[in-house]
Write a protein that binds this ligand. Structure first.
Ligand code: NDP
Length: 453
């Protein structure tokens, strides 16, 4: 089986050069699946894995727009429709200067497994552009979103592909994108999720990824008889996921002590409380400022600038019990993982997608800590998007308590599915294998049912 897996990985690397994040995401999954492929030759015969790593469709397009100075600007847009075996394509749009085809493909690939785990009928996709909303006026962001949607609208739809937000795409961007879609199609449908509450959005969708990550962490802690109460927690990022993970940690009696952005991080030894968090929300969501300002406002906090040339990130060297990486991919390298372990961290729940490099994951698994890969622990965001789709189809809105109860139930189910699959395939407590195997089986069996398409 190792020969088959190695040759598959070699083929993927040769066929998709210069896509290191995609290779990394595939490698992690394929490693987990070798035992499944061993027990189920039918998946190999039908070339299920070979088909799953090949997107069903990739759309790449030009996005021209005019800035406030009247100059023409140009970006590159993407939509990777990876797999629709279990439902319409679903996955966010990311607007960030680092966006390229390899990053889109890694995110779309992970999304297939994550969506399968949610228990809801959603296929996997991802999209976005190398556009940086930071420093742009609202009008510039609007013109960019309108131009982006003017191409992408012909490839999406409520029963075809339902995008949502991700890095750089929040409530403002979803609003502009939805407005342009509605204008072009002359129809009001649930084509995007993360919509405003007045026009088809769901309560708890903004909170869902961060809350869900913490619900998942609480489930993990319970397997060892513990709770999150009293735990000192490291959180990275200060965007949507980080903000609501922090909010839920505070609510459960934990003590979050860090937040970051791409320029640096703050460490507040006294803990980030509700009042400080509402300052961060205003700073990031309204004033669109930098996290450095937190340390200017609160004397209990220290700010450290990011240093790209350093071998490790000092945020991950702070003494703590748990870590919630909620910024971006590969933000925890092998040295960071070792520092986390050395400083007492016994639980890591990923709010971001693939924030830990492969070697870092190995360190966590070898140490036997409670480690949840993003595709399991951050599945609450897309799951609640699925609930938004259901509400749109029924043309009604569930109350906050109902959506939150469903989210909690889904995170419990995702956790159970991971634990069960890890047990069944001989690696109890390994959430990486559990998530990959449970996510794979549902998609693979659906693909077998549907023939060679
Ligand atoms: P936001 O844009 O709201 O926030 C992103 C945060 O991460 C910002 O603080 C940003 O800092 C920081 N960040 C982004 N890129 C980098 C980088 N290259 N280096 C350092 N810091 C960086 O995005 P979200 O909170 O929505 O997303 C965060 C993560 O969670 C992503 O991995 C995303 O894929 C994942 N995720 C999001 C979901 C959602 O529902 N929104 C669902 C599931 C996963 P700065 O402002 O300086 O760029």
């Amino acid at each position: 089986m190792q020969g088959y897996v190695d040759s598959l990985l070699a083929q993927i690397k040769a066929k998709n050069p210069a896509e290191p994040e995609f290779h990394q995401a595939v490698e992690e999954v394929v490693d987990s699946l070798s035992v499944v492929l061993d027990r189920h030759p039918e998946y190999r015969a039908a070339k299920i894995l070979e088909r799953m790593v090949e997107p069903e469709r990739v759309i790449m397009f030009r996005v021209p727009w005019i800035d406030d100075a009247g100059e023409v600007q140009l970006n590159r847009g993407f939509r990777v429709q990876m797999n629709s075996a279990i439902g319409p394509y679903k996955g966010g749009f990311r607007f960030h200067p680092s966006v390229n085809l390899g990053i889109m493909k890694f995110l779309a690939f992970e999304q297939v497994f994550k969506n399968s785990l949610t228990t809801l009928p959603m296929g996997g996709a991802k999209g976005g552009a190398d556009f940086d909303p930071k420093g742009k006026s609202d009008n510039e962001v609007m013109r960019f979103c309108q131009s982006f949607m003017t191409e992408v609208f012909r490839h999406i739809g409520a029963d075809t592909d339902v995008p949502a937000g991700d890095i750089g795409v929040g409530a403002r961007e979803i609003g502009y994108l939805f407005g342009q879609y509605k204008r072009l199609r002359n129809e009001f449908t649930g084509v995007l999720t993360g919509k405003g509450l007045n026009w088809g959005g769901s309560l708890v969708r903004p909170e869902a990824t961060g809350y869900g990550t913490v619900y998942f962490a609480a489930e993990m802690a319970a397997t060892r008889g513990g709770t999150l109460t009293g735990m000192t927690c490291l959180v990275s990022g200060s965007g949507n996921v980080a903000q609501y993970a922090t909010e839920k940690l505070i609510e459960l009696g934990a003590k979050p002590v860090t937040l970051s952005d791409s320029n640096g991080f703050i460490y507040d030894e006294a803990g980030i409380d509700r009042e400080k968090l509402s300052f961060v929300m205003d700073l990031k969501n309204v004033r669109r400022g930098r996290i450095r300002e937190y340390a200017e406002k609160y004397s209990t906090a220290v700010y450290t600038s990011a240093d790209a040339s350093a071998g490790s990130n000092p945020l991950w060297s702070i003494k703590a019990d748990a870590a919630f990486p909620c910024a971006t991919q590969n933000e925890i390298n092998a040295a960071d993982a070792q520092n986390l372990l050395a400083n007492g961290v016994r639980l890591v729940a990923e709010g971001a997608n693939m924030p830990t490099c492969l070697e870092g994951v190995e360190h966590f698994l070898d140490a036997g800590i409670l480690y949840a890969p993003g595709k399991a622990s951050n599945a609450g965001g897309v799951a609640t998007s699925g609930l938004e789709m259901s509400q749109n189809s029924m043309r009604l809105n569930w109350p906050r308590e109902e959506v939150d109860a469903r989210l909690q139930h889904i995170m419990k189910s995702v956790h159970e599915a991971c634990v069960h699959a890890a047990d069944l395939y001989g690696t109890p407590g390994n959430y990486v294998n559990g998530a990959n195997i449970a996510g794979f089986l549902k998609v693979a069996n659906s693909m077998l049912d549907q023939g060679v398409v």
